[in-house]
Design a protein. Structure first.
Length: 214
């Protein structure tokens, strides 16, 4: 008797992933499977839908069973100005569950509303770790400039060391300069010791910390 397996197929019919019974138990839920699929297809879980037998997409928290699934990849939905502002407000207030709901529609995480800052800039500025993690998972642009501001510059200026660490891990530009200051210059000028240390350990250019204009 052959072992029961979970298999995921692309729209083309090509098998993308197969999990043994043991691997299936380790993965556990639809959300965890989508995270694993992101590494294979490059598309965040918010834009993935897993169908089984033609049924509607499965919920993130649903337990997985051995079966065949079809992976559908979605483009971004059009978003009204009110919806864009809603995402920005949720990011600013660290309403993690609501941010996840909006991203799952799916809406482009880089849209800028009337606040003038991207959701990732707002979450970084206010030190909201959970929201920053979600937006990075959704592949929000970690270097998107909103005027002079980028997520890393805002987090460095406010001394949010955890956020700076997350952004550096995600590959944010540690030497990006605007209006005469780099993230390192902003952190040092504000006296944020831990944030300054993180930037130096990441290899930020000490000689470029100020005096640059872009």
């Amino acid at each position: 008797m052959s072992e029961q397996r979970l298999r995921v197929f692309q729209a083309s019919g090509q098998e993308l992933l197969a999990l043994s019974a043991e691997e299936l138990r380790a993965v556990g839920t639809v959300g965890n499977l989508k995270r694993r699929l992101q590494a294979l297809c490059g598309v965040p879980r918010f834009r993935q839908r897993l169908l089984r037998g033609g049924a509607a997409g499965l919920e993130e928290g649903a337990r997985l069973e051995a079966d065949d699934f079809q992976l559908v990849l979605l483009g971004f939905c059009s978003a009204s100005e009110e919806e864009v502002d809603h995402l920005a407000t949720c990011a600013k207030q660290d309403l993690v569950e609501r941010v996840e709901e909006v991203l799952a529609r799916p809406i482009d995480p880089d849209l800028i509303g009337r606040r003038g800052l991207s959701p990732l800039c707002l979450a970084s500025q206010h030190g909201h770790k959970g929201t920053v993690q979600l937006l990075l998972e959704a592949q929000a642009d970690k270097d998107k400039a909103c005027g002079w501001a980028t997520p890393l510059r805002l987090a460095a200026q406010e001394g949010h060391a955890e956020i700076v660490h997350l952004l550096l891990e995600a590959g944010a530009d540690k030497d990006g300069c605007s209006r005469g200051e780099t993230p390192l210059g902003l952190a040092a000028n504000e006296g944020h010791v831990e944030t300054t240390r993180l930037l130096l350990e990441a290899g930020a250019n000490k000689d470029k910390r100020s005096g640059c204009w872009a």
